[in-house]
Design a protein around this ligand. Structure first.
Ligand code: PLP
Length: 421
């Protein structure tokens, strides 16, 4: 045994030293991976990660120095990610219910707080029941396969989130992809889908790259005409769209027409993690029996449940936070447009500053950071070619001064790079 340890140490295989597998297959794999990574770098689509050394919030400290950075690129729409009451609720849940369940829900992973949170989510959305997942990615991965069979059809907006696309891939229903928010195309596809037993229209409520909102009224009218169900992903709407922050269905007055909602606890609702489906009770019951990411994955940790539960309490008590975010969104959008920028979408805290050119978006985002403003540029293949942009996300905890500083920096940087006259 000691000889083995000595040999490993001599080969650099001691504790803490990474071990490289040897052999022809491992060498071939390494070569292929390195080529692929080089390809990503060469295509200019490498995604690097900035390391944050503080809590999530409007003002950040970046690892390696940068302090007092103004943050405009988190989905922390309501500023609850570091809200003192949300943090306290997490600590209390951690102390009372432990670090985690070491189990899936149906074996020994359901605590009273999981049931309470599901009940609260259903009440918040005015639905019959709700089921928790480790993420909304999982909720989207689990629903279509559990619900739809080869006799059914699913009609999906072409710009739906990757997790909806993946969830649909996993199911055996007949698949239709309609053009982004194009109701004529959706109608044509619904007509064709009449031959199937059940039709489900699936759309993001708000689209994260453009900040545009699905035409849910028209979608629900078509669904009624062609006897279809409506599913919405409300990750970029829950907690802040609509008069009481219930989401896109409340904003557009169709709460009683949308059958299924999937959403996340990892953005506006405290920002920790977790996702859910809410809708008719028999659907939720079926998901508990059949949905694979629910059945075969660990329960949500108590601290995470505590965060989300407190975030929902705060929102159900008052919609003041959501209103303050709406006012700040309005301030940013109107000032930027007055400065001469084109901002995509309408009234949504996702404010894409449209620039067109990928390089321009990248250098402007870099220059913004040099001025202490953290924003991210997006270009092809994340968005269509020629539609590069910098995506700005507004939060309730940005002050008016933060917003004005951001607009001033954009104006300076825009002039410098000739994106503005
Ligand atoms: N759906 C949409 C529209 C999203 O933007 C995201 C997150 O980026 C997800 C689903 C996945 O949510 P989660 O982070 O909870 O997995």
């Amino acid at each position: 045994m000691w000889r083995g340890v000595a040999v490993r140490l001599l080969r650099g295989g001691g504790a803490g030293t990474p071990r490289a597998a040897s052999g022809v297959a491992a060498a071939e794999l390494r070569r292929r991976l390195e080529n692929e990574l080089e390809g990503i770098r060469g295509a200019g689509t490498w995604k690097s990660e900035r390391v944050i050394a503080s809590r999530q919030g409007p003002h950040l400290r970046l690892a390696g120095g940068g302090a007092g950075i103004l943050n405009f690129c988190a989905n922390n729409y309501l500023g609850l990610s570091s809200h003192p009451e949300v943090i306290r609720a997490a600590v209390e849940a951690l102390e009372k219910f432990g670090a985690g369940l070491s189990s899936v829900r149906f074996i020994c992973g359901t605590q009273s707080i999981h049931k309470d949170l599901e009940e609260k989510i259903a009440r918040f959305h005015q639905r019959e029941d709700a089921i928790l997942y480790a993420s909304c990615f999982d909720a989207n991965a689990g629903i279509f396969e559990a619900l739809l069979t080869p006799e059914d059809a699913v009609l999906s907006d072409e710009l739906n989130h990757a997790s909806i696309i993946d969830g649909i891939r996993l199911c055996k229903a007949n698949k239709y992809r309609y053009k982004h928010m194009d109701m004529q195309d959706l109608e044509a596809k619904l007509q064709d889908a009449q031959k199937h037993r059940l039709r489900l229209v699936a759309t993001d409520g708000a689209f994260s790259m453009d900040g545009d909102i699905a035409p849910l009224r028209e979608i629900c009218q078509l669904a009624q005409k062609y006897d279809a169900l409506v599913f919405i992903d409300e990750c970029h709407a829950t907690g802040f769209l609509g008069p009481n922050g219930r989401g896109t269905d409340e904003l557009l007055g169709v709460m009683d027409k949308v059958t299924i909602i999937n959403s996340t606890l990892g953005k506006a609702l405290g920002g920790a993690a977790g996702g859910y489906t809410t809708g008719p009770k028999p659907l939720i019951d079926l998901l508990r029996q059949r949905s694979r990411p629910y059945l075969f994955s660990n329960s949500l940790p108590p601290a995470v449940v505590g965060c989300a539960s407190k975030a929902l309490d705060l929102l159900m008590e008052s919609n003041a936070i959501a209103q303050s975010m709406a006012a700040k969104t309005q301030r940013f959008r109107s000032k930027m447009m007055a400065a001469g920028f084109t901002i995509s979408g309408k009234d949504h805290p996702i404010c894409p500053v449209m620039l067109g050119d990928a390089r321009l978006a990248a250098v402007m985002a870099e220059d913004m950071l040099n001025r202490g403003i953290y924003v991210i540029g997006f270009s092809y293949p994340v968005v269509p070619k020629g539609k590069a942009r910098i995506r700005v996300q507004i939060s309730a905890v940005h002050s008016d001064e933060d917003i004005d500083r951001c607009v001033e920096a954009f104006t300076e940087v825009g002039r410098k790079h000739r994106a503005l006259p």
